[in-house]
Design a protein around this ligand. Structure first.
Ligand SMILES: Nc1nc2c(ncn2[C@@H]2O[C@H](COP(=O)(O)OP(=O)(O)O)[C@@H](O)[C@H]2O)c(=O)[nH]1
Ligand SMILES: [Mg+2]
Length: 367
């Protein structure tokens, strides 16, 4: 377990925890990870575990209740801080559709951003075979996660796996695909290449990035670069990408045989497909032991340009959520719902819990 990396992976909820453990296995190297769940059975020896709302839910999970999960996360938020020492960029993985992955992710992403750490949330949306209630629950939290995190990537599970009739297999395939995709992204961040991506570059890319899409392809053979571009441009995960696209991140991972012409071909193909006017970041990793003969390409496209936030940062401002939203959280009036102004209220015991606790309890922060 790497406790000094500036890049932290956080798995939230039962499936989110399973995904984080899957990423660690697929990465098969030293990475920094934290798992947070209302359900004590998600704990594994491979990563520190944070039980959310232990007094409230006794480690039994949130029973699919997003509101309970948010309150549980709120109870335990201060315990997250000790895991953020030295962290410069965070990735949260969660599966929406249950209670904890949705509810707790909102609070956890907010807390990490409030500590000045730009956060990218990867969250899956349930398969359609899981039914309307799960999909409604998932849709109910996406805009709150957008508000909480610098950048969000919502991945519909239906698009992630090919045709299968078997639910169990669909879930297994989805987990495998996600773990391998996120572990390749981790390799880009943690393994040096000729064109290096690291925590500082990622901070700039994700701050203000907004909603994004994400796809990974792996190819081999003499035409592997062209095949990768072809596979990316026809990927259902990138199709109908938001327009206009503001920024594109393209990572190329291969062994020692990676040719400059291949990198050029991929960079060109990706720029042509997803917007020549978007800001463009390229990164490479040469790792013979992992990739020998194969080539993987990771693409992320975001709705907003990275440039604006970078300019602000240069001017000495932090790229964290508060500045990004251009609001002073202490200036909310007694009626204010702050960042939750445009979403349905989350009412629990007659209280709108989207309104910050200090306002609900009439605590004065001016003193
Ligand atoms: N990737 C992955 N997703 C899963 C798995 N099992 C369930 N899910 C998804 O995760 C969603 C949330 O379920 P769950 O993690 O149990 O809820 P939570 O613990 O309350 O966050 C479900 O609606 C499914 O779409 C799994 O094994 N792998
Ligand atoms: Mg659970």
């Amino acid at each position: 377990m790497n406790e000094t990396s500036p890049i932290l992976l956080v798995g939230v909820g039962t499936a989110g925890a399973a995904m984080a453990h899957g990423v660690m296995r697929a990465f098969a190297g030293d990475m920094r990870c934290l798992v947070a769940d209302t359900d004590a059975s998600s704990a594994r020896p491979s990563a520190p575990f944070l039980l959310l709302g232990g007094d409230r839910l006794a480690g039994h999970g949130s029973g699919g209740d997003v509101v309970q999960a948010r309150l549980a996360a709120e109870d335990s938020l201060k315990n997250i801080d000790e895991h953020l020492e030295g962290v410069r960029f965070a990735v949260v993985v969660a599966a929406l559709g249950g209670g904890t992955g949705g509810g707790a992710t909102v609070e956890i992403a907010k807390r990490i951003e409030d500590r000045g750490v730009p956060t990218l949330v990867f969250a899956t949306l349930p398969f359609s075979f899981e039914g309307d209630e799960r999909s409604r629950r998932a849709r109910g939290v996406t805009s709150m996660i957008d508000e909480a995190a610098s950048a969000t990537i919502f991945i519909p599970l239906d698009k992630l796996v090919g045709d299968t009739d078997n639910m169990d297999e669909a879930m297994r395939r989805a987990s495998g695909a996600l773990a391998s995709a996120v572990s390749l992204f981790w390799r880009l961040l943690e393994k040096p290449g000729y064109i290096r991506l690291d925590a500082e570059r990622m901070r700039r890319i994700v701050s203000r990035a907004g909603r994004g899409r994400f796809a990974v392809v792996t190819t081999q053979g003499p035409d592997r670069a062209a095949a990768a571009v072809e596979a990316l441009t026809s990927s259902p995960l990138l199709s109908g990408a938001m327009s206009p696209v503001g920024s594109v991140l393209c990572g190329v991972l291969a062994g020692e045989d990676l040719r400059l012409s291949e990198v050029g071909h991929i960079a060109d193909g990706v720029r042509n497909a997803f917007g020549r006017r978007a800001s463009f970041d390229l990164a490479t990793v040469n790792d013979e032991a992992t990739f020998a003969g194969r080539l993987s390409v990771v693409v992320m496209v975001f709705e907003s340009a990275a440039g604006a936030a970078a300019e602000e940062e240069k001017a000495g401002e932090s790229p964290s959520r508060k500045q990004r939203r251009g609001r002073n959280p202490l200036s909310l009036g007694p009626q204010g719902r702050g960042r939750f102004n445009n979403v349905e209220p989350t009412v629990w015991n007659g209280q709108d819990i989207d309104t910050p606790t200090f306002i609900r309890r009439n605590v004065s922060l001016d003193a």
